[in-house]
Design a protein around this ligand. Structure first.
Ligand code: FE2
Ligand code: FE2
Length: 219
């Protein structure tokens, strides 16, 4: 009886052997390599999901904050300044709207919440006055700028080549956010008239931003 042309004689994934016409061959791939590749992909997907989901939600929140500020202050002397920042936030959000499907990341389930909270925060601080609106801008943009900075450090440590596209996006947006923060300082965000509650306002807003980031990573 003729031997089969080939057959796998052992199926242990750690070291499969191939039997071909009377000879044994060890297959070249190892299960450890296979496993580590799979784990690496899982690890990368975890990093991408944490970063992109939070950033997408954050940019949507930022878009809503400026929408709220514009609803109150569009006819004030700060209207054009706020509008300029709002336009950039829309560009940021548009980019993450493209990146989420590209990297197969689901958006945060909390988007409706951040949608409302962002608008309320923007409009609420604007109703306190244009300086309070700028104080809000300082508080939010400082947190977002630091947040992008820590993500840049993480991706640079992980694999700069693998995350090249994302690094370029995050670096550009980080610079935009820090420019927004400087705009807040420039347009009286720290003005003496609001000094008594400036620190409280800033602390409360930043506490909320950190909480939102923490929650969005999970949901
Ligand atoms: Fe932004
Ligand atoms: Fe911003």
């Amino acid at each position: 009886m003729l031997a089969p042309l080939y057959r796998v004689t052992r199926l242990e994934l750690s070291k499969p052997i191939l039997y071909i016409q009377g000879r044994y061959f060890s297959l070249t791939f190892s299960n450890n390599q296979f496993k580590s590749n799979r784990e690496q992909r899982k690890h990368e997907q975890h990093i991408l999901s944490q970063i992109l989901r939070v950033d997408h939600a954050g940019e949507m929140g930022a878009d809503r904050i400026y929408a709220g500020q514009m609803a109150v202050l569009k006819d004030s002397e700060y209207g054009s300044v706020i509008n300029k920042m709002w336009i950039q936030e829309k560009e940021h959000l548009k980019k993450f709207n493209e990146l989420l499907p590209k990297y197969k990341i689901r958006p945060s389930a909390l988007l409706p919440l951040w949608n409302v909270a962002g608008f309320v925060l923007g409009a609420g601080t604007a109703l306190m006055g244009k300086e309070a609106a700028m104080a809000c801008t300082i508080a939010v943009e400082e947190v977002i700028g630091q947040h992008y900075d820590s993500q840049l450090r993480e991706l640079l440590t992980e694999n700069p080549e693998r995350y090249k596209e994302l690094l370029e996006v995050l670096q550009k947006f980080r610079d935009d956010e820090l420019e927004h923060m400087e705009t807040g300082y420039h347009y009286d965000g720290e003005k003496v008239s609001i000094a008594p509650f400036y620190q409280v306002l800033k602390s409360v807003i930043q506490f909320g931003c950190h909480g939102a980031i923490w929650l969005t990573k999970k949901v």
